[in-house]
Design a protein around this ligand. Structure first.
Ligand SMILES: [Zn+2]
Length: 230
């Protein structure tokens, strides 16, 4: 796999570990983590830090006979993100995939079995298709499919735009992005995404994602935070 060049910020990962992050953004980060061992390792460190803090505050005297190290180890083991195996891809039921432009694409695990949240595909100008994804937040999530040799007109962003490449690749003035790349853009950025001949691209995008801390959805995604931060 091509090396992933674009990652969530450390602040985002720390907030995700604490379960203190906007629902839509939590989905984006979770999907990136499926691609990125580098960020999974970082996340594990943050979770360990939060767990230690939680244990310290939960057990001020520390005279109990519970082995905290063993507990921590068990929790970390249960919280790991399953790796995709060849077998699981071969035996994948239909709802792990989404079809667009007569092709099947594997959905990120966080969206698998969530087809009811994914709207129908609609065509945008420039050989682009879009399907809305409902998420528990005020920001707008979409699956965007760019056919080969397609382009979006140059644009800037009102707020934040996060793009996660799921399959294929696209380019803009700053570079070329591959599966797993987590591209963050704000009102400072101006770009015109495009695909090359013979290369299409499927992305998950989140528009105007405020980092306001909400409860609920993020903690469902993160069993660890559910245990310690509710
Ligand atoms: Zn990463």
């Amino acid at each position: 796999m091509t090396k992933i060049a674009c990652h969530p910020s450390d602040e985002m990962l720390a907030s995700y570990a604490a379960g203190e992050i906007d629902g839509g953004l939590a989905v984006m980060i979770s999907a990136h983590l499926e691609f990125c061992p580098h960020c999974r390792a970082k996340l594990a460190k943050y979770e360990e830090q939060y767990a230690t803090q939680a244990f310290v505050s939960a057990a001020p005297d520390n005279h109990g006979d519970v082995n905290l190290d063993d507990m921590l180890e068990q929790i970390m083991a249960n919280d790991s993100i399953p790796e995709k195996s060849v077998e699981s891809l071969l035996n994948a039921p239909a709802d792990t995939h989404i079809e667009v432009a007569s092709q099947q694409f594997t959905l990120p695990q966080i969206l698998q079995g969530q087809q009811q949240k994914i709207g129908p595909w609609s065509r945008l100008p420039g050989k682009i298709q879009r399907a809305k994804v409902s998420s528990a937040s005020s920001s707008k999530m979409n699956l965007i499919y760019m056919d080969e040799s397609s382009a979006l007109p140059e644009h800037t962003h009102q707020g934040n735009e996060i793009t996660l490449v799921l399959a294929g690749s696209f380019s803009d003035e700053a570079g070329t992005y591959h599966p797993g790349d987590f591209v963050i853009q704000d009102s400072q950025h101006r770009h015109s995404p495009r695909t090359e001949a013979g290369k299409d691209c499927l992305c998950l995008t989140l528009l105007d994602a405020p980092l306001h801390f909400t409860s609920g959805f993020a903690s469902l995604l993160n069993p660890f935070s559910q245990l310690f931060f509710r």
